[in-house]
Design a protein around this ligand. Structure first.
Ligand code: TXA
Ligand code: MG
Length: 317
């Protein structure tokens, strides 16, 4: 396909270098990860962090995730514990983010984590971000590359459509393998999941050998700045529907749904992982086709389904 975007670049030595030069200067660049595309800046630079918040129009109370190559490189910034190491061994690099206590000598900009005494850290598993992280001596603050409360991007074009020419450098890494954001787990007290993702509570319980604290529906303990309305295509969305008329977009799941023009199947083979990886792409497609309403079938609320339902509920708010 012809590249009609002048700010999207394929990955090679030259664009790797260009990314690094820009990051060192305090600029932000968009990089692909295995979950969604991110908006990356130097986590040790106040200027970079301010740029990220401004570009995303993100409330300052909503802290960013700081990305490292491995735990060694995060040693000076956060305090590890046993649960962290158990989960790190099993899942990292990968789609899981840990909230940990910040060390007083940490160089992470206080405004990157909304002036909290904790930091969310992640070790992304994607060739492109890893090769950038290998060549710089600072971690990357990297929220999803979308305007605050909007749908996370799952292609370089999504990022370009979202920010137009405001981002000068977007590295194209194709379709992310996972397609939804990382699981966020708070390990500063009794472990609890703040944001559900591909790595679900069942498997985490097994690894840390203790029961996770379950978040109550209206708990104040949620992630700071976590917005109720989020991932939103900006179109009314009605959940748990059995059928839809021709006028509405209908998001389906499983083989019993036909291939009508207004039907968008998350996974024909009822595979929840596949459904997660298609979710945001389908949201954007429906939006582009200018449907006025979206109906959604019931999605099983187990495993990855928990994360999908969380996104759907927030999008429907
Ligand atoms: O998959 C991902 O995590 C993507 C890719 C680009 O790495 N990043 C991402 O970042 O989703 P963002 O900024 O869109 O989401 C960060 C989430 C928010 O829900 C925020 O509230 C939570 O992490 N968070 C960050 N720092 C925190 C902290 N210190 N305590 C509690 N929650 C925190
Ligand atoms: Mg986000």
């Amino acid at each position: 396909m012809k590249n009609i975007y002048s700010n999207i670049f394929s990955f090679n030595k030259k664009t790797l270098n260009k990314s690094i030069v820009n990051l060192k200067k305090g600029n932000v660049v968009s990089l692909p990860t295995e979950t969604v595309y991110g908006l990356a800046g130097n986590a040790y630079s106040k200027k970079s962090i301010n740029k990220i918040y401004k570009l995303k129009k993100r409330p300052k109370v909503n802290p960013l995730i700081v990305h490292f190559l491995n735990y060694k490189s995060a040693e000076n910034d956060v305090i590890f514990n046993d649960d962290f190491f158990r989960l790190y061994k099993k899942f990292c690099p990968g789609p899981i983010t840990f909230v940990l206590k910040k060390k007083s000598k940490s160089k992470i900009q206080p405004n990157a984590s909304a002036n909290l005494n904790t930091v969310a850290i992640r070790f992304p598993n994607h060739k492109i971000v890893k090769s950038v992280l290998k060549k710089i001596n600072f971690p990357l603050a990297m929220p999803s590359a979308n305007l605050s409360s909007r749908i996370s991007p799952v292609s370089a074009e999504d990022v370009a459509d979202e920010f137009k020419r405001k981002i000068k450098l977007i590295i194209n890494g194709g379709k992310p393998k996972i397609g939804i954001e990382s699981t966020v787990i708070d390990l500063t007290e009794k472990p609890r999941i703040l944001r559900p993702g591909i790595i679900g509570p069942e498997i985490i319980n097994k690894i840390i050998k203790k029961k996770l604290k379950i978040l109550k529906k209206r708990s104040k303990l949620r992630s700071p700045g976590m917005l109720k309305r989020h991932y939103s295509p900006g179109i009314p969305m009605i959940l748990n529907q059995k059928k839809s008329n021709k006028k509405h977009a209908f998001i389906t799941f499983g083989s019993r749904y036909k291939n009508y023009k207004n039907y968008f199947n998350l996974s024909k083979k009822s595979d929840l992982k596949e459904a997660a990886s298609n979710l945001y792409r389908i949201f954007r497609k429906i939006k582009k086709l200018r449907f006025k309403k979206i109906y959604v079938v019931r999605i099983p609320n187990k495993g990855v389904g928990i994360a999908i339902n969380d996104k759907l509920k927030r999008a429907a708010k």
